[in-house]
Design a binder for this molecule. Sequence first.
Ligand code: UD1
Ligand code: CA
Length: 411
Amino acid sequence: MAERVAVLLAAGVSSRMNTHMPKVLHEVTGRPMLAYVLDACRSVGVDKIYVVVGFGADQVRERFAEESADIVWVQQPQQKGTAHAVMCCKEHLADFAGQTLVLCGDGPLIRAKTLKTLIEKHEAEHSAVTLATAVLDDPTGYGRIIRDAYGNIQGIVEDSDCTAAQRAVNEVNPSYYLFNNQVLLRALEQVKPDNVKQEYYLTDALSVIIATGHKVVAITAVRPEEAVGVNSRAQLSVASKIMQQRIQQELMEHGVTIVDPDNTWIDARAKIGQDTVIEPFVYIHGAVKIGRDCRIGPFAFLRHGTVIGDDVVLGVFTELKNTTLADGVRARHHSYLGDAVIGRNVNIGAGSITANFDGENVNRTCVGDDCYIGSGAVLVAPLVLQPGANVGAGKVVSQKNVDRLNEEPGQ
Ligand code: UD1
Ligand code: CA
């Protein structure tokens, strides 16, 4: 395998997002945008990932602190453009003779498969640069790929610098590039900020490389939905929707029924078992795990830390947070279970809740196997109910009175 590193651009101010937060930390289906780009790089094999940060650098570093063994953070003190951002990695790249993959942190829809195609093409063609392009119905905002009469790429022109004829070109640059590293570094030295925005454009490095006579190959390998770059909140919502479709598609291929995909939201980190049915208006947020043969919803809200066994039925307005349900639990109507461990075959009656927060601390509730919790019960945490306990309708159960309840089944 060729030696390969990646440079991810994530320093931009993101003025179009109108945000105090670094753009790459904005979330798409529960994960920061940058996480998806990191995944894609890692899946094709890179020795190091240089992430160029600037605006909100500390926040970005902190967010990825636990998964940064292969990351080298590079500071871009002033955001002078994408070529300048890559140039900030110069001292790290100076002696490197392999391939450098350059990607943008605001392109979360990137697919590993496309990167594999890009790498294969680059190696088969022995090109100095290979880039993957997309053809869009509406290319507005993207750099346009300009080709000659033979189809060879001549350069990329940014939207703001296009002539009317260039603006009509609908092949665009999603910013997926693979460079011969030394060719890249030499070209970057020659990029000038001769454009409307007076920035150093990475796209201009390509024109330099083409002019020097190196082989540059542009393959149309990016599907339109994958090309979406997130520059605005509107594009963030478009990217989220596309990612949601991918998540659901994959779950359905693994045997999960999603009754109404348009009215269901499932976090990218969720895992769901075979033959589970997700009814409409279910919202799953966080790394929620659901077993097999469950029926979830309609209108269920499953939050972070939820782990559900097999053959569980959750009905309307059931909210779970940081809660484990063993196999066979039923919570069909209007319940809130927070910070709880619920044993096998427990029935949670309509409107029953755990009172898990006492104003200062969050406390746990443990309900043993085969307990029966009647309608409208309030389980005041911290609380342990022994297996088989029976809580009558409308009861407020605290640890103080729990032993008595256990002794008098049928209350
Ligand atoms: C860029 C491309 C454009 C392409 C589009 C794809 C250039 C000049 N243009 O435009 O051809 O169609 O992406 O989505 O490259 N960044 C830095 N430092 C900077 C400037 C930007 O790190 O000084 C980062 C940003 O955080 C972002 C990425 O580089 O993640 C791209 O910058 P952005 O301003 O979003 O470029 P676009 O206008 O989208
Ligand atoms: Ca962008």
